[in-house]
Design a protein around this ligand. Sequence first.
Ligand SMILES: [Zn+2]
Length: 368
Amino acid sequence: MNIDTVVKDKLIVFLKKWWLFVLFFGVLFTNLLAVNASAFFETCYSSTIYPVITQILTHLTNWMPFSLTEVLVIALMAFGLIGIVLAILRKWQFKKFIALLIQLLALIYVCFYLFWGFNYYRLPITKRMDLPAVAIDSTMFRMTLSQVLDEANAAYVPIRNLDKDQIDHAIERGFKRVAQQLNLDLPGGLRNPKTLLFNIFLDKTLTSGFFSPITHELHINKSLLFVEYPFTLAHEKSHQMGIANEAEANFLAYLVCLASGDPAAQYSARMEVLGEFLGRGRRILSDYADFRARIAPGIVADFRAINQRWRRHQGAVSKVSSQAYDRYLKANRISEGIKNYRGVVEMVIRWKTGADGEMEIENPASEK
Ligand SMILES: [Zn+2]
């Protein structure tokens, strides 16, 4: 037996035993070295490997009538609880339980980044769309707020009923149009929204919906009002399209809803974006009340209904979960943390300042 064969055999034995930790440290070091490497992640992950991953994963999980994510979370919690009880009763060695738990957590960490999380490091959508860089001063903000406000007023439709399949088709159509017109590479895959058995988890954490980075399922909170549904659906679908940044997911959802050709989806997006603009206006404009007075009564009623729904669930759980999400975003190089959602305001201003503006998106060719 020559030395090469001995080394090879030893390496195989080592990898068989330690493959998870090799992967874990590989992912960990990639994360640590990921600073200023967005072009690399864009080329070598987001536009090449990721589309294949999401095709495979969505085909594996989309057909399931339940949320695999929910099943896995419950199984993990049950494993933790049963493990602790068995360890206390000395029916299971505590060391073995902890070792297994660490392996499971390492596996989740590895899958999270390999399956989706590296999208946090890709090129910003503003760069991929070549949006003009503009210095946003208060005059420009005021002007765009006024425009966004008029557009929302004009788009207002009372949504008393919603055909969710129809909205789903309209949004998928919107994604196709946006991808074609803006030359954006958006990956394929299946994205039927799912709901949770324990929807209370979403209510209590004030979550409208979420995309699961490991199973690639998207979930929508059952308690959403009709007016919130289309925009939330488009936002979660944007995450499946490889958009990790929350502001970018909001911005893409806005464009997609406008391009969907569906009046309910268009109003839903205009209202949500107006909400973000008003939030900023309230903080920085001395004449905010003048803008506030111009909002159509129907939209005011919708804002009020949404606020009431959220307020019902505000409490200790929502506080802790929002702090946790803030830390999570910061750990993934989103320096502004939970305020990242608000970044959609800058993007909309830049979009509206752009040469071909939103006219093209709003009046798409009437393809079927
Ligand atoms: Zn999101």
